[in-house]
Design a protein around this ligand. Structure first.
Ligand SMILES: NC(=O)c1ccc[n+]([C@@H]2O[C@H](COP(=O)([O-])OP(=O)(O)OC[C@H]3O[C@@H](n4cnc5c(N)ncnc54)[C@H](OP(=O)(O)O)[C@@H]3O)[C@@H](O)[C@H]2O)c1
Length: 245
């Protein structure tokens, strides 16, 4: 577990998801964090008083605002935000294999969760970010959102939603260089991880390439810990290598 300075506070959005819950439990093992705000649609409880569960629907502006009010009532600044929410498939939604599968309501739902919600969360939480020492505002994206790396095709909406997320965060990083020069805004690719999101698509994953969520969380926190304000606006994989746009 990488070291953050003592007295840090974190927000993990999607704290009940596969990667999000592993991030919470690793941060919980660090003595550096005074409070870890766990945002999810499913309330949870913990014996660890530093873990504070907040009910939040990321697609609802009022719910996100209310979460901010609850957080700012308890701490003066936030040092780390990781947005670990996302959708690839759902009750109605399957990633499109071919163009005939494209449907407006499905595209709208995928973009609402993967693209619009993270930039809304970033807008809402960025005034809380520490300005005195480097803080990190990260969204979990996906390598398949890289336009340059797209050789296989398919998964139209998921790919496009992550490509657009990357553009939102790159743009945000440029604005934040002026407004909070010590803030690192970043995008992270977790590697294929054994979660509900990847479950239907794991059969062709090569041996050793499907990470348990704990391993992914450890990699991602390692990447985050190594970032400096000069790295803001970049897209990193779990191994710390930059991914082309
Ligand atoms: N797993 C992989 O192989 C992989 C690979 C590349 C990128 N990623 C990215 O990693 C991130 C985390 O995914 P995961 O694998 O951990 O998937 P997961 O286990 O399915 O978790 C996704 C989380 O998103 C939350 N969420 C969805 N809609 C929401 C909403 N409207 N309001 C609040 N929360 C909402 C879910 O909350 P509920 O628990 O309330 O449903 C869940 O906690 C995603 O951005 C995904 O695209 C994953």
């Amino acid at each position: 577990m990488p070291e953050f300075s003592a007295g840090s506070n974190a927000i993990i959005v999607g704290s009940q998801g596969g990667i999000g819950s592993a991030l919470v439990s690793q941060l919980g093992q660090s003595k550096s964090f005074d409070k870890i705000f766990c945002l999810s649609r499913q309330p949870s409880s913990s014996n660890d008083k530093r873990l504070i569960s907040i009910d939040c629907d990321i697609t609802d502006t009022e719910s996100v605002e209310l979460s901010k009010e609850k957080i700012s009532a308890q701490v003066a600044k936030i040092d780390l935000v990781i947005i670990a929410t996302g959708i690839l498939h759902g009750d109605r939604i399957k990633p499109e294999k071919r163009m005939e599968d494209i449907e407006i309501p499905n595209m709208q739902q995928v973009f609402a969760i993967n693209t619009f919600a993270p930039i809304l969360l970033a807008k809402t939480f960025s005034p809380l970010m520490n300005t005195q020492t480097p803080a990190v505002l990260a969204a979990v994206s996906a390598r398949v959102g890289s336009i340059g790396d797209n050789r296989l095709g398919g998964w139209y909406s998921y790919r496009a939603s992550k490509a657009a997320l990357n553009m939102y965060f790159r743009t945000l990083a440029i604005e934040m260089k002026r407004r909070n020069p010590k803030l690192v805004v970043t995008l992270l690719h977790p590697g294929t991880t054994d979660t509900r999101l990847s479950a239907p698509f794991q059969k062709n994953v090569p041996e050793g390439k499907l990470f348990p969520p704990e391993k992914t969380a450890n990699y991602l926190l390692g990447v985050v810990d190594g970032l400096t304000p000069e790295d803001s606006g970049n897209f990193y994989a779990w191994d710390g290598k930059q991914i082309e746009w």
